[in-house]
Ligand binder design. Structure first.
Ligand code: BG6
Length: 294
């Protein structure tokens, strides 16, 4: 719980969520949404009149120290397994940490929540840096998320990061992704080989796990089953990760239902692998993603 309660505008309420974890619930004429303070993890956004845009597993765990499966996990300060020590939490430790809700404001029917997390240099032995993190989530007819890292230490810090967005789809086998044609990627399912995406839109017929590198392009998720198109735009991001676990990997994950894989696709605004960067002392960087039903 926050030590000092903050003022909430109409349409925003703080309430216990699943597992008793605290969450901010947004309910306005523009949309409904929710964000957990645990991990500053956005778990829902549904513009009025549309189906839910974010996917959340019915099998997700909601426990301190465990990641939520679905929504928008924040991956930081590394992406995937830690490169030197696989015993460290995959995708970093900030999605596991309790954040503080700093401010909630409303402008017309848009509600903006700002959450913060201070990371001290002794927090993680393999990443000894002092940084201030901020997550700003703007819930309206569009969803806009901004993740800012400020290096408050005296040494440069290495950063790999992602807003690991899980989008709900009708059936992944019918989905096409536009916007990645001609972009180089790493195919993690094929042992990390590098390839270049065809000009034709990306389709799915098996496990897909691909960081697309050096791209700032928007991606459109074309979903005939739900008869909609979701546009994912981004800024401050050079990597777009596309992920669907398909059958075997979904079965192997305890917090992912065996039959849930057709209903999701991750399109992640990231800076990872070749696009990871170093933040100088005093510098800050913001990674943004924006979703709309178009
Ligand atoms: C994706 C990675 O972004 O996240 C995948 O590219 C990974 O390799 C997936 O399996 C889910 O990660 P996690 O740690 O949330 O199970």
């Amino acid at each position: 719980m926050n030590a000092h309660p903050i003022a909430l505008p109409p349409g925003a309420t703080l309430q216990p969520g699943r597992g008793g974890l605290e969450r901010l619930v947004v309910d306005t004429p523009a949309c409904v949404g929710e964000i957990y303070l645990h991990g500053a993890h956005l778990t829902g956004w549904q513009p009025r009149g549309d189906a839910p845009v974010l996917w959340l597993s019915a099998h997700s765990v909601f426990e301190p120290g465990r990641p939520i499966r679905g929504g928008i996990p924040i991956c930081f300060p590394w992406f995937g397994p830690h490169p030197a020590d696989a015993s460290r939490p995959p995708h970093g430790f900030v999605r596991l940490a309790p954040w503080t809700l700093e401010r909630v404001t409303r402008e017309a029917d848009t509600i903006t929540a700002t959450l913060a997390l201070a990371v001290a240099a002794d927090r993680e032995p393999l990443w000894p840096h002092d940084v201030a993190l901020r997550l700003e989530a703007r819930f309206g007819r569009e969803l806009a998320v901004a993740f800012t890292v400020e290096n408050r230490g005296t040494t440069a810090c290495p950063v790999a990061e992602a807003l690991h967005t899980y989008v709900a789809v009708g059936d992944i086998r019918q989905v096409t992704l536009e916007g990645l044609g001609g972009i180089a990627y790493i195919d993690k399912v094929k042992g990390g080989v590098r390839a270049v995406q065809d000009v034709a839109p990306l389709t799915f017929d098996g496990e897909t796990d691909r960081p697309y590198l050096g791209t700032e392009a928007a991606v459109a998720i074309v979903d005939p089953a739900l008869r909609r198109r979701i546009v994912v735009e981004k800024e401050g991001s050079r990597t777009t990760v596309v992920w669907n676990p398909w059958i075997a990997k979904a079965r192997a994950m305890p917090d992912f239902g065996d039959d849930e894989w057709p209903a999701m696709v991750c399109v992640e605004a990231a800076n990872a692998l070749d696009d990871a960067f170093t933040l100088a002392p005093g510098a800050s960087h913001t990674l943004r993603t924006r979703l709309r039903v178009g």
